[in-house]
Design a protein around this ligand. Structure first.
Ligand SMILES: Cc1ncc(C[n+]2csc(CCOP(=O)(O)OP(=O)(O)O)c2C)c(N)n1
Ligand SMILES: [Mg+2]
Length: 342
């Protein structure tokens, strides 16, 4: 048995090269990474104040993945995500107030307060969860893609999941069928190197996750998940190919979470130095630095975007605070009980 601690997971060198977007779109990407970051920092604070209960998993450090990817998809595409999905929901267009209200357990939440942080859901936004079960979203994504393929809708389903999901049977069953039936699925593996407190090398016989997907005949590529540009370009190209009927694609985004797995994690499995090293590759500050160097951003603009994000968070908290609890008598409504009362 190998121990997690002691394996050094070095951060890759910072991204270089010109940002291939105009000032406006570049700032949209930066703004959205900031919106996710500020929403989650506030969520952590509210968890400490017992306003948010249950589980809470933060995406801090990984924002470039959801941001680059969601901006490369169309609003008609389907999104399936994990329990680390606040950013995906937000960029899908679920109002921040409805996300916050959901975390509070209020009726105004996007799942009427019944799902909480791990089960953000909004069918109108084509966000099909949030899922607490590791790899639980993968068969859902394949089912959505099968429906789209049979109906000829032209939609693509983007399914986000962690590195840990690749060790689950559901991953293999899903990729196998998607490949066999050439379904329009984009498998987006958010490889942050750990599944809870276990490092990838300690639970994967084949730590190159692209090799696993490739064994099903699926095109599989690794992408720098700390670079919003690399993510955006990879997803754009993959979406075009999938929409052209060329079958599913697997993208492994190499990323890192700066915070603990969840709010209950003493982080005994990794060294502080490793976390600090990856923080120097933080997607927000490396992207800001590139934009500044190219004259597409100045400090005043950065501060204005950040202030806007903070104001949106404040309003979201006000919305959640003003929300209502579902009456206790309604709690059995919509609960499916086979053979039970109608
Ligand atoms: C089927 C299943 N097994 C175990 C768990 C407990 N569990 C919750 S999160 C997690 C780790 C998953 O890691 P990864 O897929 O890499 O996602 P990350 O948390 O790193 O984003 C585990 C094992 C679960 N939720 N579901
Ligand atoms: Mg992981």
């Amino acid at each position: 048995m190998r121990q997690s601690k002691g394996i050094a997971h070095h951060a890759p060198p910072p991204p270089t090269g010109p940002v291939p977007y105009d000032q406006e779109f570049s700032q949209v990407l930066l703004r959205d990474m900031l919106r996710i970051r500020r929403l989650e920092e506030k969520s952590a604070e509210l968890y400490g104040a017992a306003k948010i209960r249950g589980f809470l998993h933060l995406y801090i450090g990984e924002e470039a993945v959801a941001t680059g990817a969601l901006h490369a998809l169309t609003p008609e595409d389907n999104i399936v995500a994990t329990y680390r999905e606040h950013g995906h929901a937000l960029l899908r267009g679920v109002p921040m107030g409805r996300i916050m209200a959901e975390m509070y357990g209020k009726k105004e939440g996007c799942a009427r307060g019944r799902g909480g942080s791990m089960h953000l859901f909004d069918a109108d936004a084509r966000l099909f969860g949030g899922n607490a079960i590791v790899a639980g979203g993968l068969p859902v994504a394949v089912g959505l893609a099968l429906a789209d393929s049979m109906r000829g809708t032209g939609r693509v389903t983007a399914c986000f999941f962690g590195d840990g999901a690749v060790a689950e049977g559901a991953f293999h069953e899903s990729v196998n069928l998607a490949a066999l039936w050439q379904l329009p699925v984009l498998f987006c593996c958010e490889n942050n190197l750990y599944a809870m407190g276990t490092a990838l090398e300690c639970y994967e016989s084949q730590p190159d996750l692209t090799a696993k997907a490739a064994s099903y005949g699926v095109k599989a590529l690794a992408v720098d998940g700390m670079d919003v540009v690399a993510v955006h370009e990879a997803v754009k190209a993959a979406r075009t190919r999938i929409a052209a009927g060329q079958g599913p694609i697997f993208l492994e985004f190499k990323t890192y979470r700066f915070r603990a797995h969840s709010m209950f994690d003493a982080e005994l499995y990794r060294h502080r130095d490793e976390v600090e090293e990856w923080k120097t590759r933080g997607p927000i500050h490396t992207f800001s630095a590139r934009l500044k160097a190219e004259g597409k951003l100045d400090e005043a603009q950065f501060l204005a975007l950040d202030r806007e994000a903070e104001q949106e968070v404040e309003q979201a908290v006000e919305f959640a605070e003003a929300g209502e609890w579902e009456p206790v008598g309604d709690l059995l409504k919509d609960v499916y009980t086979p053979g039970g009362p109608a």
